[in-house]
Each structure stands twice: as C-alpha cells, then as structure tokens.
Design a protein around this ligand. Structure first.
Ligand code: FAD
Length: 471
C-alpha cells in the first residue's frame, strides 16, 4: 500500500519519478563512502521516499509538502562526495537531482553558461571545448560530480591554484528555499561586487542545508593557444620538495595546478602495473597560457627545481590524470583493495611538519598508505593521506579520521568538508561567534530544520555517536 507521502509526491513529479520501493531506497542510503554498519539503522540512513524532480517548480512543490509535514529533504547529485552529505539522517525524502540535466544557455557575449544543477562538470567541459572555452577549475571527479553537488561542497580542484575554488566560477544561482520560494542570488549578467549581502557565497559550501540549487550561471574563459602542459620533478628529500614549492609560490609564475605524490603512492600505482617515477616525493606542475608563457615557465621551473635537488621525470602534453596519476588510487578496486582518503588543509609554512606527523600516524596505525595533495593557493596545501584496505570495515576508518582531524588542528590546519560525518568540526574551523551566526542563518532560512538536517551546523559528532551504543 502506498503511503500518503508517496501519493503527494507522485502528484507533483509523476509516477516514473518517485519510488518508495525498499530495494531502490537502499541504494540512496550511502554515497561513495560506506556508512559503518552499526550506524546505518541508528542514523536512519535509508530514505522514506526518493523523488527525481525535473525542474525548480517541482522542487518547490515538494519543499512545500516537506515543510508542512516536517519531513527532511536531502538533496543529492552524483553522490561522489565521501562524507555522507547526501545521505539521510533519520529518513526523509531524497531529492535525486540528476534528472535536472539541461545545459540551458551559453552566452558568448557575456561569457557565461547557464546549466541545470544535475549536469556534470565533464558535460559542461565537453560543450565548452567544442567552442574553445573552458571553466578554469574542475573536480577530479568531473565525470560524476554534478554542478549542484560541487557548488554545495564549495570544493577546490584541478586548476584552483590559478582560477580559485568552485565558488569563484559562479556568477549567479537559482535556489529553492525551504519555504518553496525560488530566488536568483545575483544578476547573472553583471559582476556582483559592491554593497549588499553576497547570497552566492551563502549557498556555496552550504552542503544543501539552506536551499536546493536548481540552476547555476558560470563564468567561462576563452581557451589558451597552448597547454595544459605537465612537468614532473622527483626529489629524494621532502625538504627539497617543500623548498621547491615555496620558490614557485613566491615567484610571479602562475601555474594552473601544483600537485604532489609521495613514494608510497607511486609504489601503490606500481603494484597496479603503472609506470611510475622514482624519488621520495614527486611534484607535478601544470602550465597553460600562450606558448611564450609556457616556454618561460618551463625554463624558470627547471632553474628553481634543479637548484633544490629536483630531477625532471616527465614532461609532455599528456592529460592531468595520465601524467600526475592523481586520481588513479581511487581505482584500487581493480586489484581488490579499497583506498580510504582523508583531506586536510595545512598552511605551506607547516607542510613538512604535517607530512612528518602523517607518516608517524601511518606507522602507529600500521597502515599501508600514501599521500597525494595539491596547492590550493599560494599559502595553503591540501593534503590527502589515504590508506588501503582489503575489505571495508569501520574501526580503522574512524580511528584514522579522528586522528587525522586532531593532527590537522595540531599544525594549525583543518579538515576539508563536514557532511554527516564531521559537522562537529565546524567549531574547529570557525570561532564561537561565527558558528552562532551560522546557526542563526540556518534557523532563519530553515526554521523547521527540514533541509539536510544533521549536516554543516548540526554539530553532529560521528565519534561520539559510535561510542554511544544506546543510540
Ligand atoms: C575520484 C574522486 C575525485 C574527486 N575529486 C575532487 C576534487 O578534485 N575536488 C573536490 O572538491 N571534490 C572531489 N571529489 C569529491 C566529490 O566528487 C565532490 O565533492 C563533488 O563535487 C560532489 O558532487 P556530487 O554531485 O557527487 O554531490 P553529492 O555527493 O551528491 O552531494 C554533495 C553535497 O552537496 C549537496 N547537494 C548536492 N546537490 C545539491 C543541490 N543541487 N543543491 C543543494 N545541495 C546539493 C548534498 O546534499 C551533499 O551535502 C572527488 C571524489 C572522487 C570519488
């Protein structure tokens, strides 16, 4: 027998776009990261209903039903984030937004593209490439990450060093509020500088807790004649690599991307049959721009890196993934292992100290592990330590993440992303007053706390929850 809620949602989206089948709902109870078995029931990670709206009007009507009945709404894109952001806490309606997938308009006069929230970044890139444009920054998961998902996590990616985070790509957003009202956060044809609260920034990184992003207008950039061009240098000492990074960030060079991977990472790739460079740590730089700029950059990098003990390993026009192998570790299932990643921001001034503590952590926990990462800007490193395990289990996962979070704080850094797992870390990132302001904003926009409850400002403590066996 269908529930009343199912009938109401079916009247809005149509029978083919809603389900309350137990089998189908189960697939929406996790994202790429497994939820510890002992917590699935306690947290209520299986939704009551899954709806696949096709436009903002349908999202708005669903929101009205949810508000009236105090039912949680969980926005979901490609579910490629690993912090349980699109996973229910105490059931509710999962909004699978992947049916909202139209590339609506490319405006070559204003250099913008307007897209539905369920379009993937790869789909946008493919269209732009045909017209000789690009976005500047992309997530490593561009093939499955949706526009709404990446904007809602406020992520950084390949190209952030030069072009900024996903937030810097956004001109304007269409957002459905918990009240059902549909707003446009900014004039999509004009820069948003000047007086007034910046509503774009309110929704960027809000993890689906303040509104459902239904459309985005993004800035596009004419493609350069040359590049991207990748060059790798291996260092036998961590200190030489750190010195090399410091030289690049304090120069006038502006690479597209600066990434690194350690020996353990490359040994892991070697076990998958990949050709890998030798060296304790390898630095990969991507340049793009006019040909003269690339030639100058390559010469300058060679001078700087050889003076700090670097040895050139690869220099050609291969793609980011081929050359840097930055995302390959996530395909470990090819050899029946599961890589479990962590992600922290640490100031460049404490990069070496952080890495040395990470290696101590690997040793103390007896982990088969490696480190990759990138420069987010001239000052901030994003370090992604990961370990590999043969089967999914939660004990090591929890211990690793708890200790990594503490480690980040001990070197003046922080976790990246909160999701369902780490919303208690909000108070490690911002001072008490700022957290109070954020909670007040949430109460004001979503007084019924229906949008993605438990996330971001929810103060949810995964580790306490695990220890509390009573639930
Ligand atoms: C191999 C790999 C590489 C990756 N590389 C990167 C990287 O380079 N940079 C990076 O930042 N991340 C990266 N990620 C993590 C992840 O892919 C990104 O965070 C991605 O952008 C999430 O998009 P999604 O559509 O999968 O969102 P989901 O996982 O579905 O959702 C993420 C969050 O956004 C909310 N949300 C989703 N859609 C909407 C919407 N329309 N409106 C409001 N809220 C919404 C959800 O509720 C959830 O809180 C990577 C992941 C993998 C597996």
């Amino acid at each position: 027998m269908s529930s009343d809620l199912y009938k109401k949602i079916k009247d809005i989206v149509g029978e083919d776009y809603v389900t309350e089948s137990e089998f189908e709902r189960f697939f929406y109870s996790r994202d790429v990261s497994p939820i510890p078995t002992e917590l699935q029931e306690k947290w209520g990670t299986v939704p009551d209903i899954v709806a696949r709206p096709k436009n903002a009007q349908e999202v708005s009507k669903i929101m009205a039903v949810a508000s009236q009945n105090k039912i949680p709404i969980i926005p979901r894109g490609g579910a490629s984030w690993w912090l349980g952001g699109s996973v229910p806490y105490k059931g509710g309606i999962v909004l699978d937004l992947t049916s909202m997938n139209n590339l609506i308009d490319m405006d070559e006069n204003n250099l913008t593209i307007t897209v539905d929230c369920g379009v993937t970044w790869k789909e946008i890139e493919d269209v732009l490439e045909r017209h000789s444009y690009f976005l500047g920054t992309r997530p490593g998961s561009a093939a499955s990450a949706t526009v709404g998902g990446w904007i809602s996590t406020g992520g950084v990616g390949i190209g952030s060093y030069k072009y900024g985070s996903v937030g810097d790509l956004v001109r304007s957003l269409e957002v459905v509020l918990p009240s059902g009202e549909i707003i446009q956060t900014q004039n999509k044809d004009l820069a948003g500088h000047g007086s007034g609260y910046n509503l774009n920034r309110l929704f960027i990184g809000s993890e689906g807790t303040l509104g459902v992003i239904t459309k985005a207008t993004l800035k596009i950039i004419p493609r350069h004649e040359a590049g991207p061009y990748h060059v790798s240098y291996a260092f036998s000492e961590l200190s030489g690599c750190a010195e090399a990074i410091k030289k690049v960030v304090s120069s006038r060079l502006l690479p597209h991307h600066i990434a690194f991977g350690d020996k353990r990472h490359f040994m892991f790739l070697a076990s998958m049959g990949k050709p890998v460079p030798d060296g304790e740590i390898v630095l990969c730089i991507t340049l793009e721009g006019e040909k003269g700029i690339i030639d100058y950059g390559l010469k300058k990098l060679d001078e700087e890196f050889t003076s700090t003990g670097g040895c050139m390993k690869c220099c050609d026009g291969k793609s980011h993934e081929e050359c840097e192998e930055c995302t390959i570790e996530f395909r470990g299932s090819r050899i029946n292992v599961y890589p479990v990643p962590g992600e922290i921001f640490v100031g460049l001034n404490r990069f070496e100290e952080a890495l040395s503590k990470i290696y101590d952590l690997f040793d103390e926990m007896g982990l088969q592990a490696g480190v990759i990462g990138s420069m987010v800007d001239r000052r901030t490193t994003m370090i992604m330590p990961y370990y590999i395990q043969e089967q999914k289990e939660s004990g090591t996962f929890m211990e690793f993440h708890r200790r990594l979070g503490e480690l980040a704080l001990s070197v003046g850094g922080r976790r990246v992303g909160l999701g369902l797992f780490f919303s208690s870390s909000l108070s490690h990132i911002h001072d008490e007053g700022s957290v109070a302001v954020m909670r007040a904003i949430k109460r004001c926009i979503d007084p019924g706390n229906i949008l993605n409850p438990g996330k971001t400002v929810g103060g949810f403590d995964l580790f306490a929850s695990l220890n509390d066996k009573k639930g």
